[in-house]
Design a protein around this ligand. Structure first.
Ligand code: PMP
Length: 445
């Protein structure tokens, strides 16, 4: 009898078109990626219940082989040492956390935590309505002022998440005669924001490609917005802002940059990409970012001219139709940004840790791609190896994210390790040794 794994991956759904009792238990999650199962257009031919059953089958296989990493559950905060419950065995173990974007460990900073607690004591736990209705709070407005001042813009607007910011800002700004010109490796929230809008992609951080696209778009659209990440979330490289900004000027395009992984990490004062290149705020027309990475809270923001922000208060549907952000998140973010601006020692410790880890990885000959920040990709270019190394490292006390296809291309599958400021030298060493051991062991068998 044929089983699903006997078929080429693109035939999964077609192969699954047998009686459910013969189908279930036949998808091997080590062979078939999420993409093979979830994005397979063959699934269109099935009822919803059948699609769920096929997916469930794949998910059960992940659990069986202990590669359902996404089901790991944390029992404490996202500091350097985390208590994690294994989904397959329910065992709880202590791990060193190389899988957090809280680069400055601000989510566990006592002053940040206290600010959140005090905000809850004053405001309670829910805003009760969208901001434009009756959900606006003073603490959110104080945070918006702090963000605008930090980056040197007239005004800022805070959303409930970075994802909601990007989708709301882009879909709200782009009309039928406008176009978004987007770096092909920009974050999914940017891609989702330009969905169903005119869009053109350019090759990652490739200025010749950007110029070609800008030239092609020139006479066809009323407005052009170039959209890039400041630091790329999977690669840890930095956008070539000086040249991108110059091309935008040359071709009369607006520029939008996502600061998510840049703020708190790069720049002389830790203020992100403008600070890194020592460029004025007016080089970027629309600055977006998240409060969930270095800031250690949750929420997203957009900063720019007062006219832009007033427009977005009504044009960004994810702002207009969503209840006001959690006050504890706003208060935590406000306290955190103030500390980030003053406490340069944290950023120093972060960079010492990044350099220590990188120098060991360079000596060992790991392929880290173009990485230059706190995000360290260890490119293994092998789906199963990524899953297995992630599993073994977790079992040996080091939490990392395996990044399989289709998050990155098949040739770019990787272990994504992130470095944080409060890691000790011992943590850095243990994380690195655990990585090399897991890779060596995989290669031996
Ligand atoms: N932009 C980038 C570049 C990101 O990496 C992320 C989060 N992964 C987001 C936006 C979304 O932010 P949030 O998690 O706050 O929704």
């Amino acid at each position: 009898m044929n089983t699903l794994q006997d078929f080429p991956t693109h035939d999964i759904a077609i192969a699954a078109n047998v009686h459910p009792s013969r189908r279930l238990g036949t998808i091997d999650a080590r062979k078939h990626t999420l993409y093979d199962v979830m994005m397979n257009t063959g699934l269109d031919d099935f009822s919803m219940a059948e699609r769920w059953a096929i997916f469930h089958d794949w998910q059960q296989s992940m659990l069986q082989y202990q590669i359902a990493h996404y089901q790991r559950v944390a029992l404490n905060g996202c500091g350097t040492e985390r208590m994690i419950m294994d989904p397959a065995t329910q065992n709880v173990s202590a791990v060193i956390n190389f899988a957090s974007n809280d680069y400055l460990n601000m989510s566990c900073h006592p002053a940040v935590m206290n600010a959140a607690i005090e905000a809850i004591a004053q405001y309670g736990t829910g805003a009760g309505a969208a901001c434009n209705a009756s959900g606006q709070t003073k603490i959110k407005q104080e945070l918006e002022r702090e963000i605008a001042d930090t980056f040197g813009y007239e005004k800022a607007l805070v959303f409930s998440s970075g994802y909601a910011t990007n989708t709301g800002v882009l879909s709200g700004l782009l009309r039928s005669n406008d176009v978004a010109i987007v770096d092909m490796l920009a974050h999914a929230s940017i891609m989702d924001g330009v969905e169903n809008r005119n869009k053109m992609l350019f090759r990652h951080n490739d200025m010749a490609s950007l110029e070609t696209v800008l030239r092609r778009a020139s006479d066809r659209f009323a407005n052009k917005i170039v959209v890039v990440d400041g630091v790329y979330s999977m690669d840890g490289d930095i956008a070539n802002l000086p040249e991108i900004a110059a091309l935008c000027k040359k071709y009369n395009a607006l520029l939008m940059v996502d600061e998510a992984h840049a703020f708190g990490v790069i720049g002389k004062h830790g203020l992100g990409i403008l600070d890194h290149f020592n460029m004025p705020a007016d080089s970027i027309d629309i600055l977006v970012g998240t409060l969930s990475k270095s800031v250690g809270s949750s929420g997203g923001f957009v900063a720019g001219s007062k006219e832009l922000i007033h427009y977005l208060e009504f044009a960004a549907r994810s702002y207009l139709f969503s209840t006001g952000p959690f006050v504890a998140s706003c208060a935590a973010a406000l306290a955190s940004i103030k500390i980030i601006r003053e406490d340069t020692a944290r950023r120093q410790r972060l960079w010492n840790n990044i350099r220590a880890f990188r120098s060991m990885a360079i000596v060992t000959g790991f392929d880290m791609g173009r990485a230059e920040t706190a995000i360290i990709p260890i490119i293994l270019a092998n789906h199963n190896k990524v899953l297995e190394v992630t599993r073994v490292m977790g079992n040996n006390g080091v939490l990392v994210n395996g990044i399989p296809y289709p998050v990155v291309s098949r040739k770019q599958t990787r272990i994504r390790m992130t470095i944080t400021s409060e890691m000790t030298t011992a943590h850095i060493h243990q994380g690195f040794c655990c990585l090399t051991d897991a890779i060596d062991n995989y290669e031996m068998f």
